[in-house]
Write a protein that binds this ligand. Sequence first.
Ligand code: SAM
Length: 293
Amino acid sequence: MFSYRHAFHAGSHADILKHFTLIHLVKYLQEKPGALTIVDTHAGAGIYSLQDGFATVSKEADGGIIRLTQYIESCNKKNIPVPASIEEYLQYIQVENIDGELANYPGSPFILARLLRPQDRLKLFELHPKEIDILRHNIGELKQAKQIDVYAEDSFARLKGLLPPPSRRGLVLIDPSYEDKQDYRYLETAMEEALTRFATGCYAIWYPAISRRESAALPDRMKKIATTHKRSWLHTELRVENAPGERRLQSSGMFIFNPPWTLEKNLAEALPTLVKALGIDGGAKFLLKSFEA
Ligand code: SAM
């Protein structure tokens, strides 16, 4: 159960899609002054070195954040316009890299922490015995630490107890590793419970778009839950290649319940650039669909 370490995947194309979307969701929800509670159900270590440790073994950042940064730099040099939302996303990565060199990649806890306003709260869950210690240490270094609770608990079991948040304004990121096939089932139960208790919350789910049966079925399962609870949804995927064998992750997706109305336009502007920047073969493409309840 504890074989997954997110450091192997830090800064990958999948992280880019997830964190790009996440920043837009938080910024939109912060347009109103009321306190926002953000729950990150699967936190990981918080921030990752790209220069030593697991990330240097897998080198997934080479095809992700490093490739995207170089692509945007070359567009800027040639005066080719790039979506402002991509530049904004890159700023949240650059904040963790003081001298401009890409030495670190922030995970969702650091990106979310940097976005917190004084009235907001962040709740992080992490079960891995090593990751939780690293996460606690990393969060302790942040000036926002007092606004952040870190739980070494099973978030699928705990989520419903946190909903609705006192302010009734909430964003939940659900980002399991899916190494355990049960995660697909736990996700469905957690979403049913969450929408029953807090129907108006914004929920962002990441998943690997792979040929495994449970993964292929996930978007339709989520749509069914949204229909039952009469919720709007947005579904997006970013595929960087379509090679036989799926030896590495080629595509990932996000499913959002109660998406802000601005998200679809933002993704429609950014995804073509992300496909151009990160695409490896002719199979690179994106998917973007939504439904308004
Ligand atoms: N959200 C992180 C990011 O974007 O930087 C990456 C998270 S990683 C994909 C998933 C993490 O969830 C792993 O570190 C794993 O140990 C942890 N995990 C797995 N099952 C969990 C559970 N039931 N509750 C809390 N954490 C869990």
